[in-house]
Design a protein around this ligand. Structure first.
Ligand code: GDP
Ligand code: IMO
Ligand code: MG
Length: 420
């Protein structure tokens, strides 16, 4: 099994690269996160944004598996399925859902909103999809799982957890979830029950034994990881390669390649530290040219220079074997580019990610030359090749794919192919 994941703060372009690589795999499997994710795919003049369904869905014959580590909101999932079906995509035939995946209830969304309101100015900037409360119920051993929907007492279980949440919300004078939301959820559950529910750990074990090729698709990014991200401004799952093992039930020694996706610059949506953030016209220019607005929430993404210490950290934590660089085209017409090669913490320069990057950390920036326009048919311009060489030298792994635009076809391989 190979793993593909975000090496920054999410929205690196994972959806695009999974779609590009999917023909080389039999199964694409999401292993964590939920509808907080928004993975964009563009091909043949069409654009799709996926939230729960893996990004192999547009490739004929590819199996798309939603693993046990994912949290599923039946309402969003069913909307996504209907949207794809309306666009002529036969989703259900090749879609498998793990029975062990946990369910997001309407009250989880209400709890998410309550938690953010409680935090006030210290809020995470959550997508408010109910992700945190659902993972809390999972680790708190209260959660409802997809497999529970096959049990005769499923309604009782739903009502019991819902009323527990509603009591908690009422106690704190926070709005609960409406009865209409509960009805909508129950309606969506009937559709979910009709999908192919599997014991995905056994399914994947058998598939791997039969020589099938599996690509695990990450959501969010390394710096949003619950353990290794910029805590507490993170999401509630393990977004790193280890998360692919727990989120799919696949042993670590079955992982082959680990593909880290990064942008030629950095973005972050929501609150939290961002050492290379640009608060000036340059940041605004990157946002406009790169269309840096959230795929899930539409929020403006914060933009800044590429952060090599953070990228190096992501390579280390994930065991990244190769990198894919996205959106170099966005910086094409810009001069006065910078790259962050270290951090100044208390007057000391370090290229290590410190425990806490809030507050007094200052990025050490180096000027880099620009590279002008990029064309898929031409070799990469020397300025961009030098930029890539600098990145490779710093983080110690090759950049094997360069993306030159949002379309499936605007993709270039460097030094051989990305997959076996
Ligand atoms: P994901 O969450 O990692 O799948 O990334 P998103 O889909 O949230 O955000 C990436 C955005 O960049 C999407 O709008 C993509 O269409 C777009 N994109 C991906 N690769 C490129 C690229 O190389 N150049 C440009 N200009 N846009 C890209
Ligand atoms: P993809 O898969 C970028 C951010 C939110 C917030 C924090 C916690 O498209 O890369 P949550 O909803 O999980 O409680 O939010 O994480 N976040 C993402 N940022 N891309 C994502 O997913 C994200 N999913 C969550 O903005 O700061
Ligand atoms: Mg996204």
């Amino acid at each position: 099994m190979d793993v593909l994941l975000g090496a920054q703060w999410g929205d690196e372009g994972k959806g695009k690269v999974v779609d590009v690589l999917a023909p080389d795999y039999d199964i694409i499997a999401r292993f964590q996160g939920g509808p907080n994710a928004g993975h964009t795919l563009i091909f043949d003049g069409r654009k799709f944004v996926l939230h729960t369904i893996p990004s192999g869905v547009f490739r004929e014959g590819t199996i798309n598996l939603v693993g046990n580590g994912v949290v599923i909101d039946p309402v969003t999932l069913v909307k996504e399925i209907h949207g794809l079906e309306a666009a002529g995509v036969d989703v259900r035939r090749n879609l498998l859902i793990s029975r062990r995946a946990h369910l997001i209830l309407p009250t989880h969304r209400a709890l998410d909103a309550a938690s953010e309101a409680e935090k006030g100015s210290g809020r995470i900037g959550s997508t408010l999809k109910g992700i945190g409360p659902t993972y809390m119920d999972k680790t708190g051993r209260n959660g409802l799982r997809v497999g529970d929907l096959e049990l005769p007492d499923r309604m009782d279980r739903f009502r019991a957890l819902t009323s527990k949440h509603q009591r908690l919300l009422a106690l704190n004078d926070r709005p609960g979830a409406s009865e209409e939301a509960a009805e909508e959820w129950l309606g969506a559950v009937e559709v979910l029950r009709s999908l192919q529910l599997v014991d995905s750990e056994h399914y994947l074990d058998q598939a791997l034994r039969n020589g099938k090729r599996v690509l695990a698709e990450g959501a969010q990014g390394t710096l949003l990881d619950i353990d290794f991200g910029t805590y507490p401004f993170v999401t509630s799952s393990n977004t790193i390669s280890a998360g692919a093992c727990t989120g799919l039930g696949i042993a670590p020694n079955r992982i082959g390649r680990v593909v880290g996706i990064f942008k030629a610059y950095c973005t972050r949506v929501g609150s939290g530290p961002f050492p290379t953030e640009l608060h000036d016209d340059t940041g605004e220019r990157i946002r406009q040219v790169g269309h840096e607005f959230g795929s899930t929430t539409g929020r403006a993404r914060r933009c800044g220079w590429l952060d090599l210490p953070a990228l190096h950290y992501a390579v280390m934590i994930n065991g990244v074997t190769e990198l894919a660089m996205m959106k170099a085209d966005v910086l094409s017409d810009m001069s006065d580019l910078r790259i962050c090669t270290g951090y100044k913490v208390n007057g000391q320069v370090t290229d290590r990610m410190p425990y806490d990057i809030t507050g007094t950390i200052e990025p050490v920036l180096e000027a880099i030359e620009g590279w002008g326009p990029l064309r898929t048919d031409d070799p990469l311009p020397p300025g961009l090749e030098r930029y890539i060489a600098m990145i490779e030298a710093h983080v110690g792994v090759p950049v094997k794919l360069v993306s030159l635009g949002p379309d499936r076809d605007q993709t270039m391989y460097r030094s051989g192919v990305l997959v076996n």
